[in-house]
Design a protein. Structure first.
Length: 201
C-alpha cells in the first residue's frame, strides 16, 4: 500500500507521525514535571507545616525548663524575675506553635499526647512564679524535680515519636520523587529514540 503512495503523501505521513510523536514526548515531559513538582511540594509541606513548628515548640519547652530552674537558683529577686519572664515568653511561643500544628495533625493520636502534655505543662508553669514570690523554696524545688522535669521528659519523648513519623514521611516523599524522575527520564528517552528513528526513515 505504501509503495503505491506518491512521494508527497509519504512525506506528509512521515512528518505527521514525527509531529505526533514529538507532541507525545512533550506531553509526557510536561506531565512528569507537574507530578515531580507536586511531590516536591508535598515533601516541603511536611517540613514547613509540621516539622519546623514542632522543632520550635520543643526548643521553647526546653527554654521554659532552663528558665524555671534559674528562677529557683538565683538569689537575686530581680534576676529571678527576669527568668520567670522568660518562662512566660517561651510558654507563649510553644503554645502558638501548638495552635499552628493542630489543623495539620487532626486525628493523630501521637500528636494528641504531645498537645495534652504541653497544655498541662502550660498550666503547671504558673507555679514557679507563685513559689518564688511567696518564698516557698522547698516546694519550688520539689516541683521542679518531681513534677516539672518528669512531665517535660515525657513530652519530649512524645514529640520525638511524632518527629520520627514525619521524617519517615518526608524521606518517602523524596524517594517517590526520585523514582518518578527516573521513570520519567527513561520514558522520555525511549520516546526520543523512537522520534529519532522515525525521522531517519
Amino acid at each position: 500500500m505504501l509503495s503505491n503512495m506518491k512521494i508527497g503523501t509519504k512525506l506528509a505521513l512521515g512528518f505527521a507521525s514525527l509531529l505526533a510523536l514529538t507532541i507525545l514526548v512533550a506531553g509526557i515531559s510536561l506531565s512528569s514535571i507537574r507530578t515531580l513538582t507536586s511531590s516536591l511540594k508535598a515533601a516541603d509541606a511536611v517540613q514547613e507545616q509540621k516539622l519546623t513548628p514542632l522543632y520550635v515548640a520543643r526548643e521553647a519547652l526546653d527554654q521554659t525548663g532552663i528558665a524555671a530552674r534559674n528562677a529557683y537558683l538565683f538569689r537575686s529577686d530581680a534576676d529571678a524575675q527576669k527568668e520567670l519572664a522568660i518562662v512566660d515568653e517561651q510558654k507563649q511561643i510553644y503554645l502558638k506553635a501548638l495552635k499552628e500544628l493542630e489543623p495539620s495533625f487532626a486525628g493523630n493520636k501521637e500528636f494528641e499526647k504531645v498537645r495534652s502534655g504541653m497544655l498541662q505543662m502550660a498550666d503547671e508553669l504558673k507555679r514557679p512564679r507563685l513559689y518564688r514570690e511567696s518564698g516557698k523554696s522547698d516546694e519550688f524545688r520539689d516541683f521542679l524535680v518531681n513534677e516539672c522535669s518528669p512531665l517535660r521528659r515525657q513530652i519530649v519523648l512524645d514529640i520525638g515519636k511524632v518527629i520520627s513519623q514525619l521524617e519517615a514521611q518526608s524521606v518517602k516523599a523524596r524517594d517517590d520523587t526520585e523514582n518518578l524522575a527516573q521513570a520519567a527520564g527513561i520514558t522520555v528517552a525511549g520516546l526520543t529514540l523512537v522520534v529519532a528513528a522515525v525521522s531517519v526513515l
